[in-house]
Design a protein around this ligand. Structure first.
Ligand code: ATP
Length: 283
C-alpha cells in the first residue's frame, strides 16, 4: 500500500494578463502549499478497475473526480495491466480556491508512479498532469512557484519566510469558471506585484512579501460574495499582518508572524466563520 499527502495551496499573488485563443487566461501567480492535507492510499487490484473510495456528499467518485482522471491517464499512458483502489480522505474544503482537487490528482500521479514502480521523474509527471488540469503541475512538486502560461509553466522559488496562515472558508462555494466569466480585463485595477513578491521571497523578507500580496480575482469574487471583504477586515482588525483571497475564492487567508497573533485572528473569526484552520506554510 502506498500513502500520499495532498496539501492545499494558497496564492500569494494572482494576475490575469489576457484571454488566449484557446479560451484559457494567461496567468502569472505565485503559489505555495500549507499543512492542510487530504490523505490518499493506493492499492493494486487484480481486475482492471479504478475504484475510488470517498465518503463526501459533494465529491464524485467517478471520472468527474480529478484523482480518478489522473489514475485513468497513468494506466492508459503507461499500459498498466492491473487496476487500483484509491482511498481519498478529504480535509481540504471543496471549491474553496485551495486546489483540493488538483492536489488530489497530483498525489495520484505520484502514488501510481510508486505503486507500479514506474520511476518517472516529477518533471515527466508534471508534463503529463497538465493534460487534465492547469494547477496540477504545481501540485506535483508542492513547492513555492511562480506559475505562468495557463498555470503549468513553473519556476520554483525558495521557501517563503516562515509564518502562520489562518484560513477562513465561508459557507459558500465558488465556481472558478463563473469568476473568470465575470472578470472584465479592460477595467482599471490594482497592479499585481509578482516581481516584487518574488524578490521578497528570494531575499527572505517577510514584510516586503506581505506588502506585495495581490489577487486580480479578489474584487470580482467580493462583488458576488461580500462576506469575503468582511472576513478580510475581521482578520486585519484582529492583528493579521495581511489578508487576501486565495485563487478564485472564497477562502480568505491571513498571515501572522507570531503564534499569539495568529490565535487572536482565529478567535476573532469564531463568531463569523465556521470553517477556520490555523496552519503553517510548507513552501
Ligand atoms: P482551484 O483552487 O484549483 O480552483 P478549488 O479548491 O476551488 O480548486 P476543488 O475543491 O478542487 O476546487 O473542486 C472544484 C470542483 O471539482 C468540486 O465542485 C468537485 O465536484 C470537483 N472535484 C473533482 N475532483 C475533486 C476532488 N478530488 N476533490 C474535490 N473536488 C473535486
Amino acid at each position: 500500500m502506498i500513502y500520499e499527502n495532498a496539501p492545499a495551496k494558497i496564492n500569494l499573488t494572482l494576475d490575469t494578463l489576457y484571454k488566449r485563443n484557446d479560451g484559457y487566461h494567461e496567468v502569472e501567480m505565485i503559489m505555495t502549499t500549507v499543512d492542510l492535507y487530504d490523505r490518499l492510499t493506493f492499492e493494486k487490484r487484480k481486475d482492471k478497475k479504478i475504484v475510488l473510495k470517498i465518503e463526501h456528499r459533494y465529491v464524485p467518485n467517478d471520472h468527474r473526480n480529478l484523482a480518478y482522471k489522473a489514475a485513468e491517464l497513468m494506466i492508459e499512458r503507461y499500459n498498466i495491466k492491473c487496476g487500483v483502489t484509491i482511498t481519498l480522505d478529504k480535509t481540504i474544503p471543496i471549491a474553496a480556491g485551495l486546489a483540493g482537487g488538483s492536489s488530489d490528482a497530483a498525489a495520484t500521479f505520484r502514488g501510481m508512479n510508486k505503486l507500479f514502480e514506474l520511476n518517472l521523474s516529477l518533471e515527466t509527471l508534471a508534463e503529463l498532469s497538465s493534460e487534465i488540469g492547469s494547477d496540477i503541475p504545481f501540485c506535483i512538486y508542492g513547492r513555492t512557484t511562480l506559475c505562468t502560461g495557463r498555470g503549468e509553466v513553473l519556476e520554483h522559488l525558495p521557501k517563503p519566510p516562515s509564518c502562520w496562515v489562518i484560513l477562513a472558508k465561508p459557507e459558500i462555494s465558488v465556481s472558478t469558471q463563473e469568476v473568470y466569466s465575470a472578470l472584465d480585463l479592460s477595467q482599471a485595477h490594482e497592479q499585481i506585484e509578482n516581481e516584487k513578491c518574488r524578490r521578497a521571497i528570494e531575499a527572505g523578507d517577510y514584510l516586503e512579501m506581505i506588502s506585495a500580496l495581490g489577487n486580480r480575482l479578489e474584487a470580482v469574487t467580493i462583488e458576488m460574495h461580500p462576506v469575503i471583504q468582511m472576513l478580510k477586515e475581521t482578520m486585519m482588525k484582529a492583528g493579521a499582518d495581511a489578508a487576501m483571497m486565495s485563487g478564485s475564492g472564497p477562502t480568505v487567508y491571513g498571515l501572522a508572524a507570531k503564534e499569539r497573533q495568529a490565535k487572536s485572528v482565529v478567535n476573532a473569526l469564531k463568531g463569523c466563520c465556521k470553517e477556520v484552520y490555523m496552519v503553517r506554510m510548507l513552501g
